[in-house]
Design a protein around this ligand. Structure first.
Ligand code: UDP
Length: 338
């Protein structure tokens, strides 16, 4: 099959491209390299079944040609990362709404199956974990920019499901829960690469809030087979699926784990949210997926342990020579925990 992967040079897109090529498919990646990197696709750049088009998904002419030539689309291109979203809300909304609209409209023109990446942010401030796909969402006020991301992705989901309902377009939506792994960078906010980068360089490990908020981290190499199976399943069409791990860890325990695994002398400090992000920032305390739907359909379960993923991320950071740059936080009150 010929796959078109939007955001194909990003963290998840590059892993998916590699995997599909290894399985004998051909891949065209479109990426504007805003957060994606050439470095991510170096391992496949000489493969004649791989092509990278450096362009925005809002370019209608280019998207028309690429969609007409592919068999299936995996739409991963998006503005992601809490830091990026809070810093550049216009870019986030425009990319996630207009970009997806263009991809869907073009998919419809050529009647191509399309898988759309969405996010666990959709559940918002709900606290009835684990989250099921048909649960309500609880968004914050429009004056809190964080929620622009979830709201833009919710609109993407509505539009995709509407294309399915009204026009029979084969669409599949998957909501990713804190995907981590080699190649992810911390500069847009993601906590694990930030902690690894901080621990390896000996700078303070910055835990936001009280550190008792928790997440379930899923290795990207577990996520890729789930996306591939959904692509192959006609029963997945018109439906929404959670993809994530179920083991929960507090962010403070995560900081301690990363510090230990890096043999780091870094201090672990607590940073109030308003200093780390924006005034009135709202975080989610817990976020756990219910994965029974995807398990029932394709028998998927994640299997890679968090320690193994973190070890691989540390290895990659060492190989890359600590290339991640993280925005300095403003001065202010800090509590040293460890
Ligand atoms: N976080 C943190 N320090 C950092 C970056 C993030 O304590 O340097 C926290 C963040 O407040 C959240 C959790 O780590 O509670 C996960 O953040 P991330 O941005 O990775 O994903 P989110 O779950 O917020 O989408």
């Amino acid at each position: 099959m010929r796959f078109l992967i939007t955001g194909g040079a990003g963290f998840i897109g590059s892993h998916l491209s590699e995997d599909l090529l290894a399985a004998g498919h051909s891949v065209v990646a479109i990426d504007d390299l805003s957060t994606g990197r050439m470095h991510n696709v170096e391992s496949v750049s000489n493969n004649k079944e791989f092509q990278l088009v450096v362009e925005s998904i809002t370019n209608t002419t280019v998207m028309d040609r690429l969609v007409s030539e592919c068999d299936i689309i995996v739409h991963l291109a998006a503005a992601v990362g809490v830091e990026l979203i809070v810093r550049s809300p216009v870019h986030t909304i425009e990319t996630n709404v207009m970009g997806t609209e263009n991809v869907l409209r073009t998919a419809r023109r050529y009647r191509k199956k399309i898988l759309i990446a969405s996010t666990s942010e959709i559940y918002g401030k709900l606290n009835n974990v684990p989250f099921k796909e048909d649960d309500d969402s609880l968004m914050g006020a429009t004056t809190r920019h964080r929620w622009a991301y979830a709201t833009s992705k919710a609109l993407d989901e509505f539009l995709a499901l509407a294309y399915h309902k009204e026009m029979g377009l084969p669409v599949v939506i998957f909501r990713l829960f804190n995907t981590i792994g080699p190649r992810q960078r911390g500069r847009y906010g993601m906590v694990v690469p930030r902690f690894v980068s901080q621990a390896l360089s000996g700078s303070d490990i910055t835990v936001y809030g009280d550190g008792n908020q928790s997440r379930c981290f899923c290795d990207v190499r577990d996520v890729i087979p789930a996306i591939k199976s959904l692509a192959e399943s006609s029963e997945a069409e018109g439906r929404v699926f959670n993809i994530g791990a179920k083991d929960e860890i507090s962010i403070l325990d995560l900081a301690r784990k990363v510090k230990d695994m890096c043999n780091s002398q870094s201090k672990i400090i607590l940073v109030p949210y308003e200093q780390a992000t924006e005034e009135g920032f709202e975080d989610m305390r817990r976020r756990i997926p219910d994965i029974s739907r995807i398990n029932d359909l394709i028998g998927w379960n994640p299997s890679i342990a968090l320690d193994d993923t973190i070890a691989d991320i540390i290895k990659q950071f060492k190989e890359d020579g600590l290339s991640d740059t993280i925005t300095e936080l403003p001065n202010g009150e800090r509590v040293v925990v460890d």
